[in-house]
Design a protein around this ligand. Structure first.
Ligand code: NAP
Length: 491
């Protein structure tokens, strides 16, 4: 294992076009063995305010055409693509996901940037046929989109580069300035991204300060962002607890909240059980289960429980646990002690409550200090912790139901509503699931974890407010103005 060296910019804050020191420092460690990867600057409150005000000035001064915004984002995509290997290694170094998954995430970030670049050229307004109402047949009205101003982008640890691009790309495409705030345990790939964005800004002649990034305490940054009138929009991905805090304190700001989930996937008796089980285990264990829409509850009819459990165990036992830099590894460590201990606690309480460990169940020790084996649990009831709480770990809890009505009811038995999956060959069951499961997305014949970067993505209930997915995010980051031409002189 060789950690990826970090760049000279790694420890600094990007404010108004300059990389500056913070008010303190914090180490970033490799989750698999605790070795030091680098360090970040801790932004003070005044520095966050400086970043916001630099962004405000830059946005007011910027007069980038749609084509120039396209170029800015395309150049950033080209640079990221050219450095895909090293950025992926940096991502594995700080986040701990297997290197193959990191390469996949960086490749997605390149595509998300390119999709954003294209979207910059599609800010269409709409002609409003005024003669639809009596008395207005001589008026001409249309709409045009305008940027909001400053967009704050706050991201979590689990997809640190692609989720930052999901905010920054559409915000810049719509003509805004940005202040980014990555998670403190996985900030380094975001700093790389902003390094590339800043260079592209200079190449297209954007004013300094159009892109800024601050690292350090979430509450310091969050409160400075909440209190500053120049921030017109906050785009947040993270826990429901922090999301609710932002919602309760954001006043008139535009808010997009992509929050937690407890996503169900139904395996019905009319499907290929082995194929479904392999996808479910993959969907529950990728990134060591630290995925917002990972499969968190597997719902199956009672009469096929044995077959499904057997197939899930076979799929789970195929996975290799180990060093994330080893190409054979499928499941590596969790990001930090807090995440690991939370999963251990949920697992232990679920087993105490009567669930059966069908495979796995080992954690820590020789596996690595923050590593948990892929674990299939049967006999799980809806009240058990592994079914009731969001589990950010590689657990596969199986819940049985007597019939399809009960399957839908169980899928909805949660305060969350991010995504859902169902494996069935019966079109009516697929249709019922799509109509009756209360989630932001229902995927027929794949797992809840399905996501392409241009599709609308965002949860219902405690899973959030608003949608990401380039075009949909651009709508949140721009406002519509009505322009009217009236026949005032000849009326
Ligand atoms: P988190 O603890 O809520 O942190 C997310 C971000 O918020 C971090 O940058 C954090 O900074 C910052 N933060 C913390 N307190 C804040 C405050 N008071 N004001 C403003 N920002 C604050 O979440 P996490 O543990 O990193 O991520 C896991 C969660 O994200 C899970 O619940 C998962 O389901 C959710 N998630 C949702 C989606 C989705 O699309 N729906 C996608 C991925 C993840 P620090 O790191 O400095 O504390």
């Amino acid at each position: 294992m060789q950690l990826e060296p970090t760049s000279g910019y790694e420890g600094a804050l990007l404010i108004d076009g300059a990389w500056v020191e913070g008010e303190g420092r914090q180490d970033v460690v490799h989750p698999y063995d605790g070795s030091r990867v680098g360090s970040i600057a801790l932004a003070g409150r005044e520095q966050v305010v400086e970043a916001i005000e630099a962004a405000e000035r830059a946005q007011e001064a910027a007069d980038l055409s749609a084509y120039e915004r396209y170029e800015l984002l395309s150049k950033t995509a080209d640079r990221l693509e050219a450095e895909l290997e090293s950025v992926a290694r940096l991502l594995t170094s700080e986040q701990g996901k297997p290197l193959s998954e990191s390469k996949g995430e960086v490749d997605r970030a390149v595509q998300t940037l390119r999709l954003s670049a294209e979207e910059a050229k599609r800010q269409f307004g709409e002609y409003v046929p005024m003669d639809a109402q009596r008395g207005f047949s001589r008026d001409h009205c249309f709409t045009q989109h305008e940027p909001l101003g400053v967009v704050a982008a706050i991201t979590p640890f689990n997809f640190p580069i692609n989720l930052m691009v999901h905010k920054v790309g559409p915000a810049l495409a719509a003509g805004n300035a940005v202040v980014g705030k990555p998670a403190s345990n996985t900030p380094l790939v975001s700093l790389k991204l902003f390094e590339f964005l800043e260079e592209a800004c200079r190449e297209v002649g954007a004013p300094t300060g159009l892109v800024n990034v601050v690292t350090g305490s979430g509450s310091t940054t969050g409160d400075a962002i909440l209190e500053h009138d120049a921030v017109e929009a906050i785009s947040f991905t993270g826990s429901t607890a922090v999301g609710k805090y932002l919602a309760n304190n954001s006043g008139m700001k535009e808010l997009t909240l992509e929050l937690g989930g407890n996503d169900p996937t139904i395996i019905w008796d009319d499907t290929d059980i082995e194929e479904a089980a392999a996808q479910v285990v993959g969907g529950a264990c990728s990134n060591a289960g630290q995925v917002c829409n990972s499969v968190e509850r597997v719902i199956v009819p009672e009469h096929i429980e044995g077959d499904v459990v057997e197939a899930l165990v076979a799929a789970a036992e195929e996975l290799t646990v180990g060093d994330p830099f080893d190409p054979e590894t499928n499941v590596a460590s969790m990001v930090d002690d807090d995440q690991f201990e939370t999963v251990v606690d949920i697992f232990e309480r679920t087993v105490e409550a009567g669930a059966t460990v069908e495979c796995g169940g080992n954690y820590g020790g020789d596996l690595g200090p923050r590593t948990f084996e892929p674990t299939v649990l049967s006999g799980v009831t809806p009240e058990m912790p592994a079914a009731k709480e969001e589990v950010f770990g590689p657990l596969v809890p199986v819940i049985t139901v007597p019939d399809f009505d009960a399957a839908i009811e169980e899928a909805n038995n949660t305060n969350y509503g991010l995504e859902a999956g169902i494996f069935t060959q019966d079109i009516d069951r697929g249709r019922r699931a799509a109509n009756e499961i209360d989630a932001g997305g229902v995927n027929v014949n794949t797992v809840s974890g399905f996501r392409a970067d241009h599709m609308p993505y965002g949860g219902f209930k405690d899973s959030g407010v608003g949608k990401e997915g380039i075009k949909y995010a651009v709508e949140h980051f721009s406002r519509q103005k009505l322009v009217g031409f009236h026949d005032g002189f000849n009326a």
